[in-house]
Design a protein. Structure first.
Length: 259
């Protein structure tokens, strides 16, 4: 991707993705209403039967106390994805804040084997149980939690493109599977860690990176919110490149050579 991408303005209609927190309900207790009794020397009267509140009104709400767990980072994980998976209150930013000493200064870079403290809630266990009943993922694939939808994507080129297309559809970024695939194969041969250290962009200190060979200034300008801020992340790289191509060429489908 040419260096001129760094001078482009960001797309005007990014859609940020918010993360919803689970609250707790307070238990409610309703006492029965008792009728008054009267005593008479001439004619004793028995106390009337106690009036009770219908059972439907006395069911207490169950509180959902927050819990914590230790999560071991796997290859391909992101703070955003982990926060989504466990319904972390405050999202990935809170998760990063709680683990900054372990993660370091760059929240976009976490390494496999890293131990993270994750504050979750009871609802997360219910969510996990629901996801476990979903169709089995493809062999060699992993589940990636993203704003796209409650879908699973294979951790390969096909899965990255399909996940990117779902995110692009939500944000109105044009592009087709064939257009993305064609350009990826020309730019990186499908290697998300590809980097060009010899062309004019590299000479300027901004080498092209990732599946669609995006330079850092262009990635920063066209990064799609809700994806990891990492040009080597396959989905983040595809969506940023397609966002740039849409702004400059109308669609990644119109790109048939170096861009």
């Amino acid at each position: 991707m040419p260096g001129r991408g760094k001078h482009r303005r960001p797309s005007r209609n990014p859609i940020t993705r918010g993360v919803v927190a689970v609250g707790t309900g307070g238990a409610a207790l309703t006492l029965p209403l008792l009728g008054a009794t009267h005593a008479s020397a001439a004619e004793p009267q028995s106390a009337p039967a106690a009036q009770t509140v219908p059972a439907a009104q006395t069911v207490p709400q169950v509180a959902q106390p927050a819990t914590s767990l230790t999560y071991t980072v796997a290859k391909g994980d992101t703070l955003y994805g982990i926060a989504e998976k466990y319904d972390v209150s405050g999202g990935w930013k809170q998760l990063y804040k709680a683990n900054r000493a372990a993660v370091g200064d760059d929240p976009a870079v976490i390494h496999a084997g890293l131990k993270l403290k994750v504050a979750t809630a009871k609802a997360a266990a219910e969510k996990k149980a629901t996801q476990s009943s979903a169709p089995a993922k493809p062999a060699g694939g992993v589940t990636r939690a993203t704003p796209a939808a409650a879908k699973t994507y294979a951790n390969n080129l096909d899965g990255w493109i399909r996940e990117a297309l779902d995110i692009m559809a939500q944000q109105g970024i044009p592009g087709s599977y064939d257009g993305i695939y064609r350009n990826i194969m020309r730019e990186s041969s499908g290697n998300p860690q590809a980097i060009n250290n010899w062309d004019s962009n590299a000479a300027k200190g901004t080498p092209s990176k990732g599946l669609l060979q995006v330079i850092d200034p262009t990635f920063a300008a066209y990064h799609v919110p809700g994806t990891p801020y990492d040009p080597y992340d396959p989905v983040a790289n595809i969506t940023a490149a397609c966002n740039y191509a849409a702004d400059r060429y109308g669609s990644i489908d119109n790109v048939n050579g170096p861009y």
